[in-house]
Design a protein around this ligand. Structure first.
Ligand code: NMX
Ligand code: MLT
Length: 524
């Protein structure tokens, strides 16, 4: 069954759809059950602005509605068609199979029609300044706006929180839903998300040698070192490497890449949980509960079953997945993958970038920094004491962790949604209150420094105090959580890299002498 829906704004509990079934166009009127709020529907069915947007919004809205109707009623004879789903509707790989040819044509057209269009000038500052502001790579799964923050396939975080399926009513999005969105550009139904959860469970078995490889490291090794070792040990099962060694046409590259990425995403939680329990819980592991969704099961294997912690983990894994392509971990994964290194090799490389204190390790640094403030001043830290500590940090030559960003120029929306979570679930937590004070104290000081381009907090400024609240207090472990989540963004793009046949990445570098000569000639 192939079905296309066009949603219209609903002002009353009656709604009409046009839909295509087996090539024929049908109209369907649907009486909404009382449990579906028509005001909510208006959020789901905005007036389309452009035909392409209308299609996407319509599809998004109806897939969401379809899922809710299927969830909330089984008795409306008139909506029986809404519950019909073929096996391929629920299978992520089949969905991709359908999408890939049209996206390949799109890329071909872009190249042939606009290949010579300029995207801006490269300045010496950009070359010397870490390529900031230099548009230089294709990344389909998300796009970062300096003021608005991240959009996953066009959807902001608050929009994702509205439209992605949840485990509990009005709860946080399920990361499997975001994975589906990143890969297909479409908002999945709850049934599709449930099918993907099950698929990930079926792929989650970790070979014994992986744990042995981790055990070969001293228990004092950093959790990121142990985690990345586990990922490298998983690599021996790479389907891509096996298929490549046998020989396969380039058009098939994406298929074993898909298998590797899904296997990798599925196996990371048990490996990450093993590292946590090995280091911090005397090696006593907790068996998976495969009836749970991805994030909840991960939390369970770590040893945390509080329903609020499960919700936190769903939010955490969702918001850390992807941050367009230029960040250190994503860019590294993409670069290494462009050499046709398999997804395990590419992702292990990405993790090594994530482990740096200016990138993912900042989440560890934030909680350690907060605890050192308290260690020095006591828990009733005043605003003046905080200011003093911030200046002391800066004067010692260190950065204030959790503040600033290479692209963002406003508060990170990932910070904001974590703050909202804290206001809902832990408003009285003293560390949350300290984080709130830092929100007031740090930006003016960083502004006063005169060189910091973005004085506002980023994602890492907040995550630690939430985890700490629910008992996950070992800051050195936090970047591993970031890494588990980031596999979804990097993995999704790696699949598209191979599906689109993107080439080896190999930018040009120059020497200082070359630049000096070039500038001399340019200014002569
Ligand atoms: N504390 C102190 N100094 C800072 C900070 C900060 N939080 N942010 C920027 N600066 C300094 C920066 O070190 C640089 O100094 P210098 O010229 O002496 O080298 C100057 O301000 C200009 O840097 P920017 O252009 O504003 O920032 P840039 O794009 O180079 O770096 C970060 C971005 C994120 C690396 C930087 O803001 C930083 O070090 N922040 C603290 C670490 C952190 O929170 N990282 C996590 C980022 C998010 N993530 O998860 O990856
Ligand atoms: C990320 O999530 O990767 C960070 O915010 C860093 C970045 O985007 O550069």
């Amino acid at each position: 069954m192939g079905d296309l829906f066009i949603g219209e704004e609903a002002n009353n509990p009656q709604i009409s759809f046009l839909f295509l079934l087996s090539g024929k166009l049908f109209e369907q009127s649907l009486s909404l059950p009382g449990s579906i709020d028509s005001r909510r529907l208006r959020v789901l069915l905005p007036r389309p602005r452009a035909p392409a947007m209308a299609f996407f919004r319509g599809l998004t809205a109806v897939s969401r509605l379809r899922s809710r109707v299927a969830q909330e009623t089984t008795t409306l004879g008139g909506v029986r068609w809404l519950q019909m789903q073929s096996a391929s509707d629920l299978d992520l790989k089949s969905q991709l199979q359908e999408l890939i040819p049209e996206q390949q044509d799109r890329l071909k057209k872009l190249k042939s029609e606009h290949g010579k269009v300029q995207l801006g000038n490269i300045t010496v500052d950009m070359v010397l300044g870490g390529m900031r502001g230099m548009t230089g790579m294709l990344w389909e799964t998300s796009l970062l706006d300096p003021d608005e923050g991240i959009r996953f396939r066009g959807l902001s975080i608050p929009e994702c929180q509205k439209v992605l399926p949840t485990a509990v009513k009005d709860g946080e999005p399920l990361p499997e839903g975001l994975l589906w969105l990143l890969l297909t550009g479409k908002v999945p139904t709850k049934e599709q998300v449930d099918a993907l959860s099950k698929e990930l469970v079926s792929r989650s078995s970790v070979p014994g040698h992986v744990y042995k490889a981790i055990d070969a490291l001293p228990v004092t090794a950093h959790p990121m070192t142990q985690f990345t070792t586990g990922v490298m040990a998983l690599q021996v099962e790479s389907e891509f490497q096996k298929a490549y060694d046998k020989g396969m046409p380039k058009s098939k590259f994406w298929e074993p890449t898909y298998e590797d990425c899904l296997n990798l995403i599925a196996r990371l939680p048990p490996v990450a949980a093993y590292v946590y329990r090995r280091i911090f819980k005397d090696g006593k592991t907790v068996a998976a509960d495969n009836t749970l969704d991805y994030a909840a099961n991960f939390s369970h294997m770590l040893g945390f079953d509080d329903p609020k912690m499960l919700e936190l983990m769903r939010l955490y894994v969702t918001i850390h997945t992807d941050h367009e392509g230029g960040n250190v971990s994503a860019h590294t994964g993409h670069l290494v993958g462009s050499a046709l290194s398999d997804p395990y090799l590419s992702f292990a490389a990405a993790l090594n970038g994530l482990a740096g204190p200016l990138h993912g390790l900042a989440n560890q640094e934030v909680l350690l920094w907060i605890k050192s403030v308290i260690g020095e001043t006591g828990s009733d830290v005043t605003v003046d004491q905080l200011k003093e500590y911030v200046w002391k940090t800066l004067k010692s030559g260190k950065v204030v962790p959790g503040f600033g960003h290479g692209v963002l120029r406003k508060t990170d929306p990932r910070y904001t949604c974590q703050r909202e979570f804290a206001l809902k679930y832990l408003p009285e937590d003293p560390l949350f209150q300290l984080v709130s004070k830092l929100y007031e104290v740090v930006p003016p000081i960083l502004t006063e420094l005169g060189k910091v381009k973005n004085p506002w907090p980023n994602v890492d400024a907040h995550s630690g105090v939430l985890l700490n609240h629910f008992g996950l207090s070992e800051a050195r472990y936090y970047t591993v959580l970031f890494g588990v989540s980031r596999s979804m963004g990097i993995g999704s793009q790696l699949i598209w890299d191979r599906a689109l046949g993107l080439p080896l990445e190999r930018p040009k570098s120059v020497t200082m002498e070359w630049l000096e000569n070039h500038c001399r000639k340019a200014t002569a």
